[in-house]
Design a protein around this ligand. Structure first.
Ligand SMILES: Nc1ncnc2c1ncn2[C@@H]1O[C@H](COP(=O)(O)OP(=O)(O)OP(=O)(O)O)[C@@H](O)[C@H]1O
Ligand SMILES: [Mg+2]
Length: 395
């Protein structure tokens, strides 16, 4: 056990604290156990010390006042990045779990705490904390369609902007339309470095240098890699370079959003393979639905499961001739999200080179993109929880 790691326990119930202390004494396989550095029934005092404790584990019960304690966790994480928070709660609803993970908690344990589950979670947590490798908590989201002009770039750009705004964490937006991408135009940027330079130099750039080659969108946490200025350069970029770039970005960013485009080649397949979530964009007309169906067949051959691919209908209008249920039957996939049709706002955003929320944050598309980002982020949290512990958290 790392002797520099303090464990703080905050729980108003004395019995519950005793149970946790007893379990902690059995965490180490060599029988040493883990002692508690401090325990609190008073939440203010507990969080106060945690904020000044440097590298520490904070075990906190949120059952009594979840909203307040979730807020305390958020504040703690902003003051002490090295505080790893384990939440205990007698209410394990998807809503509470997602809110605590969003606030920055590392683990969620349902009460009454089951010894084997607690020990397993705590041992994994210690492994993560002690590991020299940086924990991979970055999520890759791609927008794809094998038809042009469907809205892939609009979705990638607006979703990335909203994810950055919502999470305040670093988000990378990558244009993989290597010949004539639009991302830089959509955000009115003239990047000094583009994908070709980064691909050529990825082997020698450290994380900080890599960040400096990317173009920051205004004063936000969104950083962009645009397509090469010179079309010829795109030919020289290899699938391996794309893999290396994404692997490097995962160390710094919380989300990577990739505008994959329509092309299927070794580079785009590499990006699709590495994606946690592929947003398959379609619109409600027969040719688009047919090609979406073909995309699904391709994804099936590539071995992508239903948890990885989500169908998004763009430019959606109520009372369409083709019903959503018909589309779902043809494509054999539930519709995950619908983005309303609003040509005026979308065109105005593209022509001004800004996201839709800067044209009119109250417009139906801007509100929709905000909700979409929140749904995607929640989904990725539940995907992680389900994978880690085979827990069923559904939203
Ligand atoms: N929600 C929406 N409502 C109305 N029009 C939209 C919407 N989203 C996108 N569009 C319009 O669709 C057009 C294509 O959008 P976009 O460039 O994002 O698609 P794309 O799939 O990336 O195209 P390409 O295949 O050329 O890269 C744009 O003119 C845009 O204004
Ligand atoms: Mg595009």
């Amino acid at each position: 056990m790392d002797s520099n790691l303090n464990v703080l326990l905050i729980d108003s119930d004395e019995n519950s604290r005793s149970v946790i202390k007893a379990y902690l004494s059995q965490v180490d396989s060599d029988g040493e156990g883990i002692g508690i550095a401090a325990e609190f029934s008073d939440f203010d005092a507990g969080f106060e010390l945690a904020s000044k404790s440097g590298r520490c584990v904070v075990i906190v019960d949120i059952s009594e006042n979840p909203e307040r304690v979730i807020n305390d966790i958020k504040n703690l994480k902003s003051q002490n990045k090295e505080a790893f928070v384990v939440v205990l709660s007698n209410r394990a609803s998807a809503d509470v779990i997602i809110k605590t993970m969003r606030a920055g908690a590392k683990e969620f344990v349902s009460k009454p705490v089951i010894k084997t589950e607690f020990l397993e979670i705590f041992r994994e947590l210690l492994k993560d904390i002690n590991s020299k490798e940086e924990k991979d908590s970055c999520k890759i989201i791609s927008t794809f369609s094998n038809k042009g002009g469907i809205g892939k770039t609009s979705v990638a750009v607006n979703l990335a902007v909203e994810l950055a705004q919502m999470s305040k964490e670093k988000v990378a937006l990558i244009d993989l339309n290597l010949q004539l991408g639009d991302v830089a135009t959509f955000l009115d940027m003239t990047p000094p470095f583009a994908m070709d330079y980064i691909a050529d130099n990825i082997g020698s750039l450290d994380n900080e240098e890599l960040l400096k080659t990317m173009t920051r969108y205004k004063n936000t946490t969104l950083y962009v890699i645009a397509d090469p200025l010179n079309i010829d350069k795109s030919q020289d970029i290899t699938a391996e370079q794309i893999r290396n770039i994404l692997t490097a970005l995962k160390k710094t960013f919380s989300y990577i959003v990739i505008d994959i485009g329509t092309n299927i080649d070794s580079k785009t397949i590499t990006a699709l393979d590495m994606s946690d979530l592929i947003l398959l964009i379609a619109i409600v007309n027969l040719p688009a639905i047919r090609s979406t169906q073909r995309c699904m067949e391709l994804f099936d051959r590539l071995g992508y499961g239903a948890d990885k691919i989500k169908l998004v209908l763009n430019r959606y209008m109520e009372n369409e001739d083709i019903k959503t249920s018909d589309i779902e039957e043809v494509v054999k996939q539930k519709v995950y999200w619908k983005i309303p049709n609003n040509y005026l706002i979308m065109m105005s955003a593209i022509n001004k080179g800004v996201p839709v929320n800067e044209i009119n944050p109250d417009s139906n598309v801007a509100v929709n993109y905000k909700e979409f980002a929140s749904k995607v982020s929640d989904y990725l949290i539940t995907q992680k929880l389900n994978k880690s512990y085979n827990r069923e958290v559904r939203i």
